[in-house]
Design a binder for this molecule. Structure first.
Ligand code: ATP
Length: 355
């Protein structure tokens, strides 16, 4: 007997909408998730991630739109009839039940025969590497182990879709990294689809096949981690993906999508992500792409610098008061004047309205 996801082709959200009174928390979200895909739902606090997950789980009714598994519409079904697995931040284990009993709960609700339940529970325990701990109570194991039990409980019913809401946020940094790898390994082994809610872009980049960036209840961009990292579609997505320098600039000329800009007193070249309509633009660049160079176009004075083992990560201010995050391979000190530059293809330029 092996635990594997139920057979299906895709899950579809068609114009999924949710209002709270007059507040439109989810605005017509449409998305297709293939079997086996790992999707990260990424966005800042309040963007609607949990609302979207709760709508999928059936814990919140939709205000509009529909949810489909292949040709079957499921948004009117109760949570237990959707057959999805759920893993939350707070584990939500039954404290008085052994780990085995916790994991077998869903199978007992489905009235499965005892021998089937026992075999599947043992297999789920082994999948999350807790085979020797099954008779303990949740209070007798660590937070990381409790989260493994929560995952085992979610997958033991062989769901087509597993929904995870910030499942690692209660764990310390080291355990979070370990559990990330575990979650991806388990996902691959059982072949389910996973929707993973997070506000942490590193988590989304390292786990997901595709990332869905939400903002104000709207899908701002859907793409692979590589696509989102290299070319965010909007300035707000860029900011969220680690383009820490978001700078107002004035476009002076454009040739084949390469723009020459005035950035305060400095001139800088960048690459236009969208067609530009006016002179006011926003330049986005990562600190790691802005580095000291002899003839760099930006002159700035170092405010602070932090040694990170291989390089320095610093903040500098230009004469006209613009603050910039940069990276340097050589030691820099507060008060020191630097010339900074960035390759034009790493400076992404957006129209001001998208900022
Ligand atoms: P966080 O990461 O902080 O949990 P989130 O992205 O999950 O945020 P949601 O909890 O989905 O965001 O909330 C989306 C929006 O809907 C927010 O503006 C929130 O205030 C609002 N909202 C959520 N639940 C309710 C509710 N029960 N009643 C009224 N408004 C709500």
């Amino acid at each position: 007997m092996t635990i594997s996801a139920k057979n299906f082709r895709e899950l579809r959200l068609e114009r999924m909408r949710r209002d709270f009174g007059t507040h439109n928390a989810l605005k017509d979200i449409s998305l297709t998730i293939k079997r086996g895909e790992f999707i990260a739902l990424l966005g800042p606090s309040g963007c609607g991630k949990s609302t979207a997950l709760n709508c999928l789980a059936g814990l919140l009714p939709l205000t509009g739109g529909s949810i489909w598994v292949d040709e079957t519409r499921i948004d009117h079904l109760k949570p237990e009839d959707r057959g999805f697995g759920m893993v939350f931040q707070n584990y939500a284990l039954f404290p008085h039940m052994s780990l085995r009993k916790n994991i077998g709960f869903g199978l007992r609700m489905q009235n499965k025969p005892k021998d089937v339940i026992d075999a599947k529970v043992e297999e789920a325990l082994s999948l999350v590497r807790l085979s020797t701990q099954g008779s303990k109570l949740p209070g007798q194991i660590s937070g990381g182990q409790q989260q493994r039990v929560a995952i085992a409980r979610a997958i033991v019913v062989e769901p087509p879709l597993v929904l995870m809401d910030e499942p690692l946020s209660n764990l310390d940094a080291k355990l979070r990294l370990e559990m990330r790898a575990e979650i991806r390994r388990i996902h691959n082994m059982i072949g389910c689809s996973t929707i993973y809610v997070t506000h942490d872009q590193d988590e989304a980049l390292s786990l997901a096949d595709r990332i869905v960036v939400l903002r104000d209840g709207e899908v701002r961009q859907v793409g692979t981690p590589q696509e989102l990292y290299a070319r965010p579609a909007h300035a707000d997505v860029a900011e969220f993906m680690g383009y820490r320098n978001i700078l107002k600039a004035e476009a002076e000329s454009e040739v084949n999508g390469m723009l020459n800009m005035r950035l305060g007193a400095a001139r800088l070249s960048g690459s236009a992500v969208e067609a530009m309509s006016g002179r006011d633009v926003v330049a986005a660049l990562r600190p790691e792409d802005l580095t000291p160079s002899k003839d760099g176009p930006i002159t700035a004075s170092v405010i602070s610098a932090e040694y990170r083992g291989r390089d320095f990560y610093g903040l500098a201010r230009t004469e006209d008061g613009m603050e910039l995050w940069f990276r340097s391979e050589i030691a820099v000190r507060p008060g020191e004047d630097l010339r900074l530059g960035a390759p034009a293809d790493r400076v992404l330029v957006y129209p001001t309205r998208a900022a």
